[in-house]
Every structure is written in C-alpha cells, then in structure tokens.
Design a protein around this ligand. Structure first.
Ligand SMILES: Nc1ncnc2c1ncn2[C@@H]1O[C@H](COP(=O)(O)OP(=O)(O)OP(=O)(O)O)[C@@H](O)[C@H]1O
Ligand SMILES: [Mg+2]
Length: 296
C-alpha cells in the first residue's frame, strides 16, 4: 500500500472570498510507516485529511492527485469512496471524536452498525477490546464517556474494517500525558503491524514519540518533508525551527506574529512576514523541494 499526495489543493468558495486551505501539497506514505503532519491551528491539516476521503462540503474544490496505489482519491466517484475506501482502506479517527458519535446511541450500537455496514462478522466486544475498551464501556452513551474513552470508541470505529491506512486527526487533544502516551503507543503498534499511519497533531512531543517521517504545513503548504530523526536533530525550514524552539523542553520561545489569513495570502513565501531570514528573494514562491525555502 502506498499513498502519494501530489499537488493537492483545496479552495473553499465563500461569498466574496476564497479560502486557500491547502495548496500544492505533496507527501508519500507507505505501509509500516508513520507520518506526522504538523503545523499551527488553521493551516489546513484536517481539510487535507477530509479531501483524501471525499468528506469536504459542497463549497470546496479539490484539485491535484492523491494516489492510493492506482486509485486517485481526488477524482474517484463518491460511490467508490463510500463502498471501497472509507472505513475499508482508510480509517479516519476524527478530530474531537465525541462530536462524531451519535448522542442517542450507545457505543455498542454504533460499533455494531459500523460492523454491519462493513459486512464484518466480528462482535463489537472484540473490536472494542482491541481499542482498549472493556465490555461494560460499550453500554455507555457518548455523554457518559470520558474524553479518553470517547477517543477509544472513535479508534474502535476507525479500526473496525481493518483498514491498511489510518488517519488520526489530533488523536491526543484533551488527553493527559499517560493517555497521550498510550494512544501514541497504540498507533505505533498499528504501524508496526504493517499499516500506514498518518497522525495529524500539533503536539510535536507526541510526534517525536511515534513518527518515522514529518510533514510540516504552513498556510496550506507542506514546507518541509523530513525523516523524524533528522527533523528533531536539525529542522531545515525556518518555520520548522520556530515550531521546535517554541517547545517548553527547548527554548520556549514562540514564533513572533500570526499565520496569514488563508483568504489573503501574501505573494511569495507565506512565512516571510514572520521570518528572520527573509530577503527580497522571498517575494517569489520557493521551489517545491523537501524544504520550501530560499534560504534553507
Ligand atoms: N467548510 C469550510 N468553509 C470555509 N473555510 C473552511 C471550511 N473548513 C475549513 N475551512 C478553513 O480552512 C482552513 C484550514 O482548516 P483546518 O480545519 O484544516 O485547520 P487545521 O490545520 O486542522 O487546524 P486545527 O489544528 O485547529 O485543527 C481554516 O482557515 C478554516 O477556517
Ligand atoms: Mg484540524
């Protein structure tokens, strides 16, 4: 299994404005590897995940390609995505899982329904056990689940169809450190069993725990692709360096300024207004390399 995202762009059309949510994104992910997609809030991470699964609303236009082996997810008909891809070949663990559970149905009922839709003759209990839930937890309604339990139900739902590719969107937000560690260990295990895992996170420490590779997004673009070891030893894009320097365990120095509005992106490098290396060269869009920076 291989996912190859190539020149993927997403635009949202609003009255009087266009949101450049994802621009010319590219990365690759293979079975047995874990890629962490990192970047500040609003940079386009969730939109990218939803674009891969055909889950964007009607005001979105997606261009470019996202090859899952020989199938282009961007241009695949909805019927193919619904019957062959979602839940079967790609499992999505959504951001804020509690919000995606149906409030009036127990965890067991939701798991049973998903298993039925996928045509699997496994019991909810056995799928739940793999996600670290006890049978008693399954009788609960979403409002009776703690954040950590809701996360595990979401994991169980995403894994019910045993998909070879798992996309986990902020799987640790709102969890305390022990649960973060447990969730990350679980995702690593899925990966070591031969699945491909895409983790979307702004928790760089969590990314460091599990990722083989990193993709850094800024203002809708992938600005750095690196092996995790190399990245944490010495990131190359000034934005990546800023992200690492902002960590409490490092310099604890935030990047000055704010990311640009995606409806009004500056010409050239979008990071330039916040970058201490910026020169007149940066008025031009940097070439699409592993590091999209004129000064890297
Ligand atoms: N349906 C939509 N219509 C218009 N704009 C949207 C829509 N959905 C998302 N956006 C915009 O797309 C941009 C990227 O959003 P996205 O949810 O991908 O960010 P993110 O990187 O996942 O952030 P976070 O880390 O906070 O989850 C944001 O500017 C957001 O406002
Ligand atoms: Mg998001």
């Amino acid at each position: 299994m291989k996912l190859r995202v190539d020149g993927l762009s997403v635009r949202f059309h609003l009255p009087g404005a266009e949101v450049h949510a994802v621009t010319d994104a590219r990365f690759e992910l293979r079975e047995g590897r874990c890629l962490a997609l990192v970047g500040e809030s609003g940079c386009g991470k969730s939109v990218m995940a939803h674009a891969l699964l055909g889950l964007l609303p009607g005001n979105a236009t997606v261009t470019g390609h996202a090859w899952l082996d020989s199938l282009d997810l961007v241009n695949a008909p909805e019927k193919v995505l619904a019957r062959q891809i979602r839940g079967r070949r790609i499992g999505l663990i959504p951001q804020s899982p509690a919000a995606h559970l149906t409030p009036v149905r127990t965890a067991r009922a939701q798991l049973a329904e998903t298993l039925r839709e996928l045509g699997r003759d496994e019991t909810p209990e056995s799928v739940a056990a793999r996600a670290g839930l006890r049978p008693a937890d399954l009788a609960r309604y979403p409002h009776q689940l703690s954040g950590g339990m809701a996360q595990r139900v979401a994991n169980a739902l995403a894994l019910a169809g045993d998909p070879p590719l798992i996309i986990a969107d902020e799987p640790t937000s709102g969890l305390d450190r022990p649960l973060v560690d447990a969730t990350m260990a679980e995702l690593r295990r899925l990966c070591d069993e031969g699945r491909a895992v895409l983790i979307i996170t702004h928790d760089l420490r969590a990314a460091e725990q599990v990722a083989d590779d990193l993709a850094v997004m800024y203002a809708g673009r992938v600005v750095e692709l690196a092996q995790a070891d190399n990245f944490f030893a010495g990131p190359r894009h000034p934005y990546s360096r800023g992200l690492l320097d902002a960590l409490p365990s490092r310099a604890f120095a935030p990047i000055p300024g704010q990311p640009p509005e995606l409806t009004r992106l500056p010409g050239g490098c979008a990071f330039q207004p916040r970058c201490h290396l910026a020169t007149s060269l940066c008025q031009e869009q940097p070439p699409l390399n592993e590091v999209a920076c004129h000064h890297a």
